[in-house]
Design a binder for this molecule. Structure first.
Ligand SMILES: *Cc1c(COP(=O)(O)O)cnc(C)c1O
Length: 473
């Protein structure tokens, strides 16, 4: 890997630069070890610093960071909601970290929890069976495609080689279908931002394996014709896949299974709190209707007649899509969240998420072309560049929305405040939006000016990432 010019990553103001520990001290540490010589090194390049220096280094770094714990984080589609601390406490219990190879007999509590989470998710999604294994939403999509594939194959319909996806869908939908070996048939959205039924009708046929859809869609709009869409897909012999990234809008109020979906993934790190992205790993359990349950990944967990819990391999299982039970500690947090909130708490969370999005949409002076919205809305930055708007919002101390997607709206500002924000926070967010709307071009192009890091060279950062301090040598 080529070295990259450090300046692109540094702030222009040197004083704000926090050196790496290796830059503060270049001591080489002699290593003494009782391990055999051939297994050890004589020297280790480890910086040697006193504890206060170390503590301050990390505190300074944390102060330069921005997260859900710092303030509003309205990144549309990502559902960046506050992560309640009690879920962390539960995941940190010794009993949570049992070795996944232990016998079923000795980990009945863990298996019960897995079983109960499968059950909770099934009830929330209106699905008959759920696997916890996929480690993210995108991985859930891929697992779902494998399930659809196995299902068609088992029914002698293996010739079905097309997956239909609306243009407003998340990029992972297209990638998952392609990775599963399918041809992607992209359909345009209608003028109202929803699935165009004529375009759908034209795309469906004897080669259709599935339609992938999220509802409400990525514009925050409910697909009102969902039952009609389900009938059309099923009449063509295809399956209906639900991208669960927007489930926070429906939680406890409507269920994908009742709308006619056959397969769905849950982004537990979006819908049921738990940090994600830079904050931590996620999990993407997949739910299916009875007809597809036999194909689920193994191991699956079930309760036996004697009330014990056991792992087993479903009869026509597609195999493993991840190790053991998936990202287990993330799943524990999701379980704790669901269990603590209960039915009323979950539906209350989604009601407030929808209310907050609609309240904010009303306060924002940017053009908001579509609606009515659910948990997120998409404004247009109009003449301004949405990426500049995002950089400038940082100067006002808030995290920007998702930008330039979906492409249906020019210079899109896709905004999802989630249920966790107070009215005061929403008003502050609106003030930030509206202040930026009034900013001149020069100000926007030079932003951010008040953050620790100035605007970085994003192309270089993506193409020549420096992933190790060794690259500094
Ligand atoms: C986040 C997201 C995904 C992908 O989920 P990951 O958990 O990030 O892999 C898929 N679809 C939509 C609409 C999303 O917002």
């Amino acid at each position: 890997m080529e070295f990259y010019d450090q300046a692109a990553y540094r702030q222009t103001d040197d004083e704000q630069y926090e050196p790496l520990l290796a830059e503060k001290d270049e001591t080489t540490t002699e290593v003494e070890s009782s391990l055999p010589d051939e297994l050890t090194r004589d020297e280790l390049e480890l910086p040697s610093l006193a504890e206060p220096e170390l503590a301050r280094h990390y505190v300074r770094l944390s102060q330069q960071n921005y997260g859900v714990d710092s303030g509003p984080y309205p990144l549309g589609s990502c559902t960046m909601k506050y992560n309640p601390r009690f879920t962390e406490d539960v995941a940190a219990l010794d009993a949570a970290s049992v070795h996944p190879d232990r016998s079923a007999e000795s980990v009945q509590g863990t298996l019960k929890l897995q079983h109960d989470l499968q059950d909770y998710l099934g009830r929330i999604g209106g699905m008959d069976a759920v696997t916890l294994q996929p480690p993210a939403g995108a991985a859930g999509e891929f697992a779902g495609i494998l399930l659809a594939d196995a299902y068609h194959e088992a029914n002698g319909e293996g010739h079905r080689d097309e997956v239909v996806i609306p243009d407003a869908a998340h990029g992972t939908n297209f990638a998952s279908a392609a990775l599963g070996g399918y041809d992607v048939v992209e359909i345009p959205s209608g003028d109202d931002g929803r699935v165009d039924l004529d375009a759908l009708d034209a795309a469906l046929g004897e080669n259709t394996a599935a339609l992938m859809l999220t509802n409400p869609n990525t514009l925050g709009l409910f697909e009102r014709d969902i039952e009609r869409i389900a009938d059309m897909v099923h009449d063509a012999g295809g399956l209906l896949y639900y991208d669960g990234a927007n489930l926070n809008a429906l939680l406890g109020r409507a269920r994908p299974g009742d709308m006619g979906f056959d397969i769905m993934h849950f982004n537990v790190h979006k819908t049921f709190a738990t940090p994600h992205g830079g904050g931590g790993p996620g999990a993407g359990p997949v739910g299916v209707t009875e007809d597809l349950a036999d194909f689920l990944p193994e191991p699956h967990v079930r309760e036996t007649e004697s009330g014990k819990y056991e792992r087993y391999t479903p009869e026509q299982s597609v195999g493993k899509v991840h190790g053991f039970a998936g990202n287990w500690l993330v799943l524990i947090k999701a379980f704790a969240y669901i269990d603590r909130l209960g039915d009323d708490g979950l539906s209350d969370a989604s009601a407030k998420a929808v209310l907050n999005a609609n309240y904010l949409a009303e306060q924002v002076e940017y053009d908001v072309p579509l609606g009515p919205f659910h948990h997120e809305f998409v404004a247009s930055a109009g003449e301004q560049d949405a990426a500049d708007v995002a950089k400038r919002m940082l100067d006002y101390g808030v995290h920007p929305p998702t930008t330039k997607w979906p492409e249906l709206v020019d210079e899109a500002l896709m905004t999802e405040p989630t249920e966790v924000e107070t009215k005061e926070n929403l008003d502050d967010l609106a003030d930030a939006f509206n202040a930026v709307a009034a900013d001149d071009a020069a100000t926007l192009e030079s932003a951010p000016n008040r953050t620790t890091a100035r605007r970085i060279d994003q192309t270089s950062a993506a193409r020549n990432p420096r992933l190790s301090w060794h690259d500094l040598d």
